[in-house]
Design a binder for this molecule. Structure first.
Ligand SMILES: Nc1ncnc2c1ncn2[C@@H]1O[C@H](COP(=O)(O)OP(=O)(O)OP(=O)(O)O)[C@@H](O)[C@H]1O
Ligand SMILES: [Mg+2]
Length: 342
């Protein structure tokens, strides 16, 4: 059998749900690898075929309990949501204490649902995440999904809205029906598109209906999932939207102390020399977001590696920082932003 035939047979048996044939063909493939002395590859394939991955299986189990197919846009047929699994931990998220405490409480409430429900209380299910770009809103949803071992349903709001207007309300309904059929962490990302459109006189009346629909669906939501909605334009969201949420978490730009921790975290994986002064970096990086700091550290590490410097030095980071500032200045100039970052 040629390699192509073998892979074809593997795919057929997968599609036909024929587990026995699948395993036989996979075994044949592994034997082939062994004959070609690809021992490492054969070992890894054997492991993949027979070892169970506890966390993935748990995710998969919960996911496949949901019998509905992934909802799709009626006209164009593209999926309205994505299901993703993450493996992050809370220590990776560097936030001020207030925000961190709120997140810890959301997690504890979910875990202690049994006790809460005996008092007729429910865990928080609708949470608004607000704050500047790159401060960790989307990342937070990844982390909560990892900690609670629930898959993340990711919904980019514009993909629902930008389809044919007549279909948008139907799309939303399909998304909510899907969510209510399982237990997930749900993220309506870039949720501000709703706020932006709500009072815009140029917008079609249809959009307003969709906004109201969304708010109603959020109100009526009775599932077990935790729904996050993230925005970086919280100032234009009207009070009607705020009231719908059980909690609101603000993501501030990091203060000096937090910036110190971020630099420390993001250069941790590389050997550094004595010139590195984290205090100085923290002072120099006022108004930068965690995501900016991460990008600068990655750039500095790459500079250090490709130019074969023995260790990461302060001059590598300064170079990366200056490149970043230059890029931001160009961006601000051409995008008309009138604030100074540093
Ligand atoms: N508070 C933080 N602590 C540690 N790392 C962070 C933090 N915030 C952001 N990062 C890093 O920056 C990346 C991008 O952040 P993220 O996508 O969560 O920002 P966001 O707030 O959702 O931004 P936007 O408003 O543009 O969507 C994250 O994946 C993470 O690696
Ligand atoms: Mg985001």
């Amino acid at each position: 059998m040629t390699i192509n035939d073998l892979i074809k047979q593997l795919i057929y048996s997968f599609n036909n749900n024929d587990k026995e044939s699948f395993i036989n063909f996979a075994r044949e493939y592994i034997e082939r690898e062994k004959r070609m002395k690809h021992n490492q590859a054969a070992k890894e394939l054997e492991k993949a075929l027979f070892d169970k991955q506890p966390q993935d299986n748990l995710f998969a189990e919960r996911r496949f309990k949901n019998s509905l197919p992934i909802p799709r846009d009626c006209e164009k047929g593209f999926p309205l949501l994505e299901i993703k699994n993450y493996n992050e931990n809370m220590e990776n998220l560097i936030l001020n204490i207030k925000a961190k405490e709120k997140l810890e409480q959301i997690i504890r409430e979910f875990k202690d649902n049994d006790i809460l429900s005996t008092y007729n209380l429910s865990y928080k299910k609708k949470i608004l995440l607000c704050g500047k770009p790159g401060t960790g809103k989307t990342f937070t949803a990844h982390i909560i999904s990892s900690i609670l071992q629930l898959p993340l349903i990711y919904i980019r709001f514009d993909s629902i809205i930008s389809s044919y207007l007549g279909e948008t309300a139907a799309n939303l309904r399909k998304v909510f029906e899907f969510i209510e059929n399982g237990t997930w962490i749900v993220l309506f990302d870039e949720f501000d598109i709703i706020g932006k459109n709500r009072d815009d006189i140029h917008e079609h009346g249809e959009i307003k209906r969709v906004v109201n629909n969304f708010l109603q669906m959020l109100d009526n939501f009775n599932g077990l999932s935790i729904i996050f909605a993230a925005t970086n334009h919280q100032n234009i969201l009207d009070p009607a939207i705020w009231r719908r949420f059980d909690d609101v978490i603000f993501y501030e730009l990091p203060d000096e102390n937090t910036r110190y921790k971020l630099f420390e975290k993001y250069i941790k994986q590389i050997k550094r020399d004595k010139t590195i002064d984290l205090n100085e970096l923290a002072q120099k990086s006022d108004k930068l977001s965690p995501s900016d700091i991460k990008m600068i550290c990655e750039e500095a590490m790459k500079i250090s590696i490709i130019y074969s410097h023995n260790c990461l030095s302060m001059s590598d980071i300064s170079l990366a920082l200056n490149k970043f500032i230059e890029r931001e200045q160009i961006k601000d100039k051409y995008s008309g932003a009138n604030y100074e970052r540093i």
